[in-house]
Ligand binder design. Sequence first.
Ligand code: ZN
Ligand code: ZN
Length: 346
Amino acid sequence: MTTVAAYAAPAAKAPLERTEIERRAVGEFDVLIDIKFAGICHSDIHQVREGWGKASFPMVPGHEIAGVVTEVGSGVTKYAVGDRVGVGCIVDSCRECDNCKAGLQQYCDRGPTWTYNDTDRDGTPTYGGYSKNVVVDENYVVRIPEGLSLDVAAPLLCAGITTYSPLKHWNAGPGKKVAVVGLGGLGHMGVKIAHALGAEVTVLSQSLRKKDDGLKLGADHYYATSDPKTFEDLKGTFDLILNTVSAPLDFSAFLSLLRTDGAMVNVGLPEEPVQILLHSLFGNRRSLSSSGIGGIPETQEMLDFCAEHGLGAEIELITASEINEAYERVLASDVRYRFVIDTATI
Ligand SMILES: [Zn+2]
Ligand SMILES: [Zn+2]
């Protein structure tokens, strides 16, 4: 075991503070990653504040990790010292179930091991990326291509894959009309990726405040959902609506914007149950669905795609001492578009 500096919440809803945690010794198939940057995801805040249920403390959040390999175990074949790598939301899974065998480790029948706020296979707590280093099995590590800077690559490990996976699964591409609801950390990557896939992209945001940004990021159209006319004008328009907002919405109103056989896919998770009237699905054989991050092979595919198309996240780089203030700004939707912690400041 080694001791390493980290930022942790000592208890639910408590501010994060500098502390020290233990990392396991590098095992046969492990890599030790010197973390350079860690993104702040809205789900870090949900979990620190127990918005999704009981959590374990102290909690070191962070599942958007970018860094450099500094040590490898004797059995490691995929990575070498000096490689630029990333770690996302999961650090292990059973490796035996149908989902794991299919590369869908995030849907592991026995549950994946989450990067933080979880118990590792050896019984120790998992601690995330707000830290100087992390030890991860090589099979749950991905390579960050040379074309991507580590700071703008970090948010791709959650925000990138969370939007890429459903866009691919529901066939966003040429000839398809895709709406992205919310232009935040997830939404801005959804717009970039859907545009790069060749779809016609519309942003549906509460106001027109970020319209110029949205169009620059690759949107073809931008509408305010606070204007009731938007729902009249766009009725029956979209093949796919990617909802990145974690606050509850009027689902029936958004579903009415889908054309026949269209799907609304939710990647933002509200803390409360939602209500919809099934009539809004019945009318045009519409689907309401959700999608969770992506498996390890698809996460690598996403990073390669983003490098090829020059797609990094839009970030605000912060020091570790600014984490608590950044949380408040995320909750106020006051970030363009992802906070990334320079972990050298921990
Ligand atoms: Zn996340
Ligand atoms: Zn499994």
